[in-house]
Write a protein that binds this ligand. Structure first.
Ligand code: SAH
Length: 354
């Protein structure tokens, strides 16, 4: 049985030919699949006989929802999806929890400008940032493009609302799974599918430099965010082991090249950790090193993850940081805290239900 979710139009055309059909059937399949349809019988412009053939040779990968937590204040919903691959069953709550080590989380958020889904790109993470919960359970595996799409389509089906923005900021390091993430973005963008504008997509990296360079070539219109969290090598390496391989000066150089090549503003994420990276000298270094760059600084007061022992700076302190950066001509905001009631906030995505 072949999983058709996560295939491009070209791949679906080739599949159609393989089963003795005309290529245009592949395009029809693409349209249905990327409307979130998983049942071949709902694909009404396909001949009945073809639908029978499809049922015996293929399926549209689907995810089941193991759990949903809702923050009633702001409408944020955190999903725990099982990616065990139940075919054609449709998204429903509580089906088959047997493969919960194949579970990932996604967070649905409502903004003034539309609905956004924070998508996971891996099960677990290899980066081991000291303050983040995603690596606590270790690394399990990369997600396929289809598994990233299924998070979007299942969240749409459940909420009944369209998702018009995605941020690849859930569990995992997207540039450690570059090809699958790239395919996911291309399929979302395809005009015959969801037709999501590249400008409505954001990918966040912990700072994998070859990934940043390739991304500037491949996706100059997709927003890029880089997690900085400290502007000294010593301090950054202490909380982000990736800095040992890709040190700060080279990372900032890659960021420069990115903005030059794409003319796009880069977002630097800076999680404020009390007593770790939120001092006056941290602020002065930020001003010095980021001044003059085409960038925006997103300050995130750390969300507490019990096991890490770190606590966040308070919001007033974060706001002062933002104001000081602004005064120095660096655009900065303190991120709105969504889903704080449900551990749906940054760095808290992990499998509590296991
Ligand atoms: N691996 C990617 C994307 C996932 S994390 C990356 O590192 O960019 C998304 C953002 O949340 C990153 O900036 C990450 O550093 C931040 N983050 C992780 N744990 C956090 C926590 N406990 N509180 C606040 N932000 C956190």
């Amino acid at each position: 049985m072949k999983n058709l979710l996560g295939l491009t139009i070209e791949e679906l055309k080739a599949f159609a030919v393989e089963i003795g059909e005309k290529p245009f059937r592949g395009k029809q399949l693409f349209v249905w699949i990327n409307r979130g349809v998983t049942d071949f019988d709902e694909m009404t412009d396909l001949p009945k006989l073809l639908r029978e053939v499809l049922k015996s040779t293929a399926y549209v990968g689907d995810t089941t929802i193991l759990n949903v937590q809702e923050d009633r204040k702001d409408g944020t919903r955190k999903f725990l999806f099982n990616l065990g691959g139940v075919f054609g069953a449709g998204a429903g709550i509580g089906k088959s929890a047997s493969t919960s080590n194949e579970a990932v989380e996604s967070v649905f958020m409502k903004y003034k400008y539309g609905n956004s889904l924070c998508v996971s790109s891996q099960i677990g993470c290899k980066m081991n940032c000291a303050f983040c919960a995603s690596a606590l359970g270790g690394f399990v595996r990369d997600l396929t493009a289809g598994e990233m799409l299924s998070q979007v389509y299942a969240a749409e089906k459940y909420t009944g609302e369209p998702i018009n923005h995605i941020v690849v900021m859930g569990m995992g390091e997207p540039f450690d799974n570059y090809d699958n993430v790239a395919k996911f973005l291309r399929i979302l963008h395809d005009p015959s599918g969801k037709n999501m504008s590249y400008r409505n997509m954001t990918v966040s990296t912990s700072g994998i430099i070859p990934g940043i360079r390739k991304f500037a070539e491949d996706f100059p219109q997709v927003n890029l965010a880089i997690s900085l969290h400290n502007l000294t090598d010593e301090g950054r390496s202490r909380i982000m082991p990736v800095n040992k391989k890709y040190p700060l000066a080279e990372l900032l150089q890659a960021a420069h090249e990115y903005t030059e090549k794409t003319s796009r503003r880069i977002t630097f994420e800076y999680t404020l950790i009390h007593g770790e990276n939120d001092s006056e000298s941290d602020l002065q270094r930020m001003k010095k090193k980021l001044g003059g760059m085409l960038c925006h600084v997103n300050l995130i007061p750390l969300n507490k993850v019990e096991e890490t022992g770190f606590t966040g700076s308070d919001r007033r302190h974060a706001e002062r940081f933002a104001a000081e950066l602004e005064r120095a001509g660096i655009s900065a905001t303190v991120r709105r805290e969504l889903g704080s009631e449900i551990d749906g906030a940054c760095g808290q995505l992990r499998l509590r239900n296991r």
